[in-house]
Design a protein around this ligand. Structure first.
Ligand code: SF4
Length: 136
């Protein structure tokens, strides 16, 4: 599937992942994309808004493409976007990024260490690179 750069912004939806470093990495990668690297191309959405049935969030998720960033294989963000009728153009799992960093010490659920920030950068860079390319 190809993302048309002339189209509207893409939503980046991280899972809520409280209590796990994977969740913190998902959120930080989202902020890195939407606040720093490509704010003109991506915008974040709060998973809790969607889950709680916020009308504005539900309307938005139905008409915009969405990239989900989940901490673990439970895929809370991806599942809830699907249930809300959203169109996921890419589903990212933080645990998959860890496969390239065996033995890494990413930090804790509340504070990332250098390895954690490295993984954040890899995920965020991957999201931005996909903006103009093939989405898988
Ligand atoms: S996907 Fe995993 S880390 Fe994220 S909110 Fe769900 S259970 Fe927590």
């Amino acid at each position: 599937m190809t993302i048309d750069v002339k189209k509207q912004k893409i939503i980046v939806m991280p899972c809520s992942g409280i209590g796990k470093v994977h969740g913190l990495i998902a959120r930080e990668a989202t902020y890195a994309v939407t606040d720093e690297l490509a704010p003109d191309s991506f915008e974040p959405m709060c998973l809790a808004l969607l889950v709680s049935g916020d009308e504005e969030a539900l309307a938005k998720i139905k008409k915009m493409d969405c990239i989900t960033v989940d901490g673990c294989p439970k895929l809370c963000a991806a599942k809830n976007v699907e249930m809300a009728g959203g169109k996921i153009v890419r589903s990212i799992r933080v645990v998959d990024a860890f496969k390239n960093y065996r033995g890494a010490e990413p930090g804790t659920a509340t504070k990332l260490a250098d390895d954690g920030w490295t993984i954040v950068s890899e995920i965020a860079g991957g999201i931005c690179n996909k903006r103009e390319g093939e989405v898988s």
